[in-house]
Design a protein around this ligand. Structure first.
Ligand SMILES: Cc1cc2nc3c(=O)[nH]c(=O)nc-3n(C[C@H](O)[C@H](O)[C@H](O)COP(=O)(O)O)c2cc1C
Length: 165
C-alpha cells in the first residue's frame, strides 16, 4: 500500500454515487445541486443522510425550510448534473441554465429533474458540523422510483458522470 490523500482515495473507490439535492428557494423555484456523498441510514424509521459544504446555497435552503428531495439522476442529464455541481444557485436558475426538465411531485412545492431514477422526499431532522461541511440527517417522508431511468455514477473521482455498466 502507498500513502495517498483522500481525493486520490475517491478515485480508487469510483464509481461513487451521485445525487441531485433539490431545495426550494425563497421565490418558490427549485435549486439543484450535485452531491456524491449520501447514504441510507435507517429503514425503521426510514432515514438518509448527506453532507454539503458549509458555503453551499442548498445547505442554507434546507436549514431554512427543513425540506429537501434527494434524487438519483438519470443518464440522459449527465452533462447538466455536472453543471449543477460546478455552479451555485444563489443568483441563478440552474434548471433553466442547464436545460433540465422539471417534474412535480404530488403535494410538494419542490420540483425534481424529470429524468430521475429515484426521488427521496425528506424533512430535515438535524444537522451537524463536520469540518467544512454540514452533515444533514433526514427523515424520509415518501420515496418514488422509475427503473426505466439508468442511474448516474461519478467516475475517476468526481470528474466524469456516467452509468455504472
Ligand atoms: C460529481 C460531483 C459531486 C459533488 N458532490 C458534492 C458533495 O457530496 N458535497 C458537496 O458539498 N458538494 C458536492 N459537489 C459540489 C456542489 O455540487 C457545488 O458546490 C455546487 O456549486 C453547490 O451548489 P449550491 O451552492 O447551489 O448549493 C459535487 C460536485 C460534483 C460535480
Amino acid at each position: 500500500m502507498n500513502k495517498i490523500n483522500l481525493p486520490q482515495a475517491a478515485k480508487l473507490t469510483s464509481p461513487n454515487p451521485v445525487s441531485v439535492v433539490c431545495t426550494m428557494k425563497p421565490d418558490g423555484s427549485t435549486n439543484l445541486a450535485t452531491v456524491s456523498w449520501w447514504t441510507y441510514l435507517s429503514f425503521n424509521p426510514n432515514m438518509i443522510a448527506y453532507a454539503m459544504a458549509k458555503t453551499s446555497y442548498s445547505g442554507e435552503m434546507v436549514r431554512n425550510t427543513k425540506k429537501v428531495i434527494l434524487t438519483i439522476p438519470g443518464a440522459e442529464i449527465a452533462d447538466a448534473v455536472m453543471g449543477c455541481g460546478s455552479t451555485t444557485g444563489r443568483n441563478m436558475d440552474k434548471a433553466e441554465k442547464f436545460g433540465i426538465e422539471l417534474a412535480e411531485i404530488e403535494g410538494n412545492s419542490i420540483k425534481i429533474p424529470f429524468h430521475s431514477r429515484v426521488a427521496i422526499q425528506c424533512s430535515l431532522k438535524e444537522y451537524y458540523e463536520v469540518g467544512n461541511h454540514y452533515l444533514y440527517i433526514c427523515n424520509v417522508e415518501q420515496v418514488y422510483g422509475n427503473d426505466a431511468e439508468e442511474a448516474l455514477f461519478a467516475w475517476n473521482g468526481y470528474s466524469q458522470l456516467r452509468p455504472a455498466k
